[in-house]
Design a protein around this ligand. Structure first.
Ligand code: R2B
Ligand code: URA
Length: 362
C-alpha cells in the first residue's frame, strides 16, 4: 500500500480542503503537490518505497545526509547557467540579506563532488548552477524538487536568473518572462516518456512576474520589460543565427522568423524557460524567469560586448531577484536563519558511498 487512509505518504497532513494558505500557487493541483503545512508533495509514489533516494547529480542522499537539517529552511531556489555566476550570486545575496557565516567558515559548494552542478546555501536561499539547455536543467529540477520534498521545505519559490538574446531590445535590458514557448511557439515543454510525447504546460506565475516588475525602479539605468520568452534547444540554428557551423537559410528568412516572433509578443530567446516553467508548474512550485539580454538579435548574432560590460549586465537579474527576496524576508520578519545549513551527515558510511558514486561515474 502506498498511502494511509489520508493519502499520506510521509507523515505530513495533506491539503484536503479548498482553503489556500498564505501563498498563491500557480495551478489548481494543490492537493497533489502540497501537504497542509505547505511542504512539497511528490507526484511519484515510488520514492517513498525506496530504501534511500540518491540525488546523484547533487552528491546528496536522503539517508546519507540529514536533508531536513541541512535544507529545511530553504525558501528560495535561484538557478543560473554557470557555477561562477551562482557563486557570485550567493556572495551577493549574503550581503543583501545580512546573512553572516560563523567566524572562520566560508561558502562551500555543497555539490562539489558531483562535478556537475554547483550549489551554495545562504540562509533561506539556495543558489545553484543549471548548465545549458533543457536536459541539463531538467535533471537538476527533478533532483532539486525531490530535495525540497525530503527537506520538507514549505512553499519554496524558484527563480531562473540568466542571459538571453533580446528581440528588438538593447543589450542589458532585463526581461521578466510571463510565458514561455518553444521554437514552434508552443507553450509547453515536450518530452518523450516511454515512447510517447508528453506535453507539459509551460506556465509561470504571473503574479510573481508582476511583483518582480514592480520592483524595478526609474533609477535603474536600464529597462525592465515583461513578455514571452522563447526557449530553443540550440544556440545557433535553433535561434536562427547565421554564424553556426551550418546554416541553410538566408538572412532574409532569419529576419522574417525573428519578426514573426516579435509580432507574437516574444521578447527574448534562451534555452531553459519551457523546461523550467513546466517542471516547476507540474510540481506546484511558484517560479519566475528573469534574464538579461546580451544583444539585440534583430541587429546581429555574435556576442561581442566587452567582458566587463557583460559581467555588469549579468548582475541585473540578480539585483531584481535580490530585491524580491529581501522584501519578502523583511515583510515576514525572517531575516535571520540560524541553526540550519551546515553539512549534516546522518550516516558516514552512506555519505562516503554517495560521494564515491558521484565521483566515479560519468
Ligand atoms: C542562455 O545562455 C546560454 C547559451 O549561451 C543558455 O544556457 C541560455 O539559456
Ligand atoms: N543565450 C542564448 O541562449 N541566446 C543568446 O542570444 C544569448 C544568450
Amino acid at each position: 500500500m502506498l498511502e494511509n487512509s489520508n493519502g499520506n505518504l510521509n507523515g505530513n497532513q495533506i491539503h484536503n480542503n479548498k482553503e489556500e494558505n498564505e501563498e498563491s500557487h500557480t495551478n489548481g493541483e494543490n492537493k497533489e503537490t502540497r501537504y497542509l503545512d505547505g511542504s512539497v508533495r511528490l507526484r511519484n509514489p515510488h520514492i517513498e518505497l525506496m530504501d534511500q533516494d540518491i540525488l546523484y547529480h547533487l552528491a546528496l542522499g536522503s539517508e546519507s545526509h540529514d536533508l531536513v537539517e541541512m535544507f529545511g529552511d530553504v525558501k528560495f531556489v535561484c538557478m543560473g547557467g554557470t557555477p561562477k555566476r551562482m557563486e557570485s550570486f550567493a556572495e551577493y545575496i549574503m550581503s543583501e540579506i545580512g546573512h553572516r557565516l560563523p567566524t572562520g567558515t566560508q561558502l562551500m559548494d555543497i555539490s562539489q563532488y558531483s562535478y556537475r552542478y554547483s550549489m551554495y546555501k545562504v540562509g533561506p536561499v539556495l543558489s545553484i548552477s543549471h548548465g545549458m539547455g533543457a536536459p541539463s536543467i531538467g535533471i537538476l529540477l527533478h533532483e532539486v524538487i525531490k530535495l525540497m520534498y525530503h527537506a520538507k521545505c514549505r512553499d519554496p519559490i524558484f527563480f531562473r536568473i540568466g542571459t538571453c538574446g533580446g528581440i528588438g531590445l538593447d543589450g542589458g535590458t532585463v526581461v521578466i518572462s510571463d510565458d514561455a514557448s518553444d521554437g514552434m511557439m508552443n507553450k509547453y515543454y515536450q518530452v518523450p516518456i516511454l515512447g510517447k510525447i508528453v506535453k507539459r504546460p509551460a506556465k509561470l506565475d504571473k503574479k510573481l512576474a508582476r511583483e518582480l516588475k514592480a520592483l524595478s525602479t526609474p533609477e535603474d539605468l536600464y529597462d525592465t520589460v515583461t513578455g514571452t520568452t522563447m526557449c530553443a534547444d540550440d544556440f545557433y540554428e535553433g535561434q536562427g543565427r547565421l554564424d553556426g557551423a551550418f546554416c541553410d537559410y538566408t538572412e532574409a528568412e532569419k529576419m522574417e522568423y525573428l519578426e514573426r516572433l516579435r509580432s507574437a509578443g516574444i521578447k527574448n530567446i534562451e534555452m531553459e524557460a519551457t523546461t523550467f516553467a513546466a517542471l516547476t508548474h507540474h510540481a506546484g512550485i511558484k517560479a519566475a524567469v528573469v534574464c538579461v539580454t546580451l544583444l539585440d538579435r534583430l541587429k546581429g548574432d555574435q556576442v561581442c560586448t566587452p567582458k566587463e560590460v557583460l559581467v555588469e549586465w549579468q548582475l541585473r537579474p540578480q539585483i531584481l531577484v535580490a530585491r524580491y527576496i529581501k522584501r519578502y524576508l523583511q515583510t515576514k520578519g525572517r531575516i535571520s536563519f540560524d541553526g540550519h545549513g551546515s553539512m549534516c551527515v546522518k550516516s558516514p558510511r552512506r555519505f562516503k558511498l554517495v560521494q564515491q558514486e558521484s565521483q566515479t561515474f560519468e
